[in-house]
Design a binder for this molecule. Structure first.
Ligand code: NAP
Length: 402
């Protein structure tokens, strides 16, 4: 618990931490009480110095709640929009103080008291406006942060290929792993030419029981600093219609291979006191997915493993991240046997991971996916969530497999 609190409050000036604590108090305690428990007759809210009471106060308390909720999130994740947005809100309070006092006290007294009470908020708005460097700190390239070599599984296509390009752009040399060797060689050539980094191709079937061990042996002479456990596949259809061997391979690839590779490569990172492990999970891992049951269970495995490691390794210089994409336009749907449906671009999904690495244990890409993963699946009853998920997946699954 104390570790968790330290992590929340580190890396920010003290005055921002005070504001974060205040916003969290308002968002989680005061505003819910104000909205749902405080008697309507006693309720009062002020916006721009104008007093609202009764039901009007209840109504304008909703944007207040939203403001404090968003500010809590913005501080917690140090989002770049905070410096403009926060400054604007505090300027509104400053303006409100002035108008309120002029209205209430009138005359010169009102103006003087108004200016005196508004000034500290105007100052705070100014400080906020100038706090860009805290919210928009330059990202340190991965090579500098973690070391020279990255290893990406599933690099022959989709999200894995984009991870490889992103790591190379940051100056990292790369080990590319998948089964289709020609594809890996093509990508390796392209990356070497474009970014002047070294590459090594390791063509291995990670669904074989010793696949991950073979990869670890093939890179035993390298210091792997960033491991991206990305290879994986979906397999859509009613559980009893799916081939057992393919389900076995799915669990081996999506669950066991990342476990083994991480276990084999982590000791080197711990010795060096720095490194990163990324798991490509999925929003599918946030709830049961009928017609994709084993797949969603395998992604829940990645999520829980990654988040647990994030806590275990915090403080050792090793960052862990579970990337949770929603539908993404790659070969995934064809491999899974799904009916084609639109999705995000793999490059955008990888950008989200690279921007988030080191800041939080897991990240959902895309705001709609975020809402689904964080609100819908947590607030609704589990059987309802699973039933709705079935309706969605049914539309993506050919008749013969339902
Ligand atoms: N696309 C989506 O909608 C989506 C959404 C959420 C999560 N994800 C996750 O994102 C990850 C990457 O998927 P993607 O969307 O990029 O799909 P993709 O385009 O099909 O790429 C999958 C990659 O995994 C590799 N792979 C598959 N089986 C393998 C095996 N037995 N051994 C070694 N490598 C293997 C493939 O290479 P080879 O075929 O050459 O072996 C390929 O490079 C997966 O873990 C997937 O579950 C995808």
């Amino acid at each position: 618990m104390s570790d968790w609190l330290r992590h929340i409050f580190e890396g920010r000036p003290w005055w921002m931490n005070v504001l974060l604590a205040f916003c969290a108090y308002m968002a989680f305690f005061y505003m819910p009480w104000d909205l749902f428990w405080k008697p309507v007759a006693e309720d009062k809210e002020v916006w721009f110095g104008i007093l609202f009471s009764g039901w009007g106060a209840k109504l304008v308390a909703i944007p207040h709640w939203f403001v404090y909720g968003a500010a809590t999130y913005g501080f917690r994740r140090m989002r770049p929009w905070m410096c403009t947005w926060g400054a604007a809100y505090i300027a509104q309070i400053s303006f409100g103080m002035l108008v309120w006092n002029i209205n209430q006290l009138g005359g010169l007294t009102g103006v003087v008291v108004g200016v005196v009470t508004a000034a500290p908020f105007a100052g705070l708005a100014f400080v906020f406006w100038n706090a860009q460097e805290h919210f928009c700190a330059d990202r340190v390239p991965l090579l500098e942060r973690y070391g020279e070599w990255g290893l990406v599984t599933g690099a022959s296509a989709g999200i894995g290929a984009e991870f490889a390009r992103a790591l190379a752009r940051d100056g990292m040399s790369l080990v590319l792993v998948a089964r289709r060797e020609e594809r890996l060689r093509e990508l390796a050539d392209q990356i070497e030419k474009e970014h002047s980094v070294a590459t090594r191709v390791v063509a291995v079937d990670l669904a074989e029981a010793d696949g991950a061990d073979r990869v670890a042996e093939a890179v035993a002479d390298l210091e792997i600093s960033v491991l991206v456990n990305n290879a994986g596949f979906g397999y859509a259809g009613r559980f009893d219609k799916l081939e057992l061997d393919r389900l076995r391979a799915q669990v081996q690839l999506n669950c066991l291979a990342p476990t083994v590779l991480t276990h084999r490569l982590l000791p080197g990172m711990r010795e060096r006191g720095r490194g990163a492990v990324i798991f490509t999970g999925s929003v599918a891992g946030r709830q049961p997915l009928p017609l994709h049951g084993v797949y969603s269970a395998s992604k829940a495995f990645a999520l829980f493993l990654g988040e647990a490691l994030w806590v275990e390794l915090r403080g050792e210089g090793i960052d862990v991240l579970v990337l949770e994409p929603g539908s993404t336009e790659t070969e995934f749907q064809a491999v899974a046997g799904e009916i084609t449906h639109p999705g995000e671009s793999a490059a955008d999904v990888v950008d989200v991971a690279i921007d988030t690495l080191g800041h939080q244990p897991s990240v959902v890409s895309g705001w709609w996916n975020w809402l689904r993963a964080n609100l819908v699946t947590r607030l609704l009853p589990r059987d309802l969530v699973a039933s709705v998920a079935k309706d969605v997946i049914e539309r993506q699954t050919p008749d013969a497999m339902r």
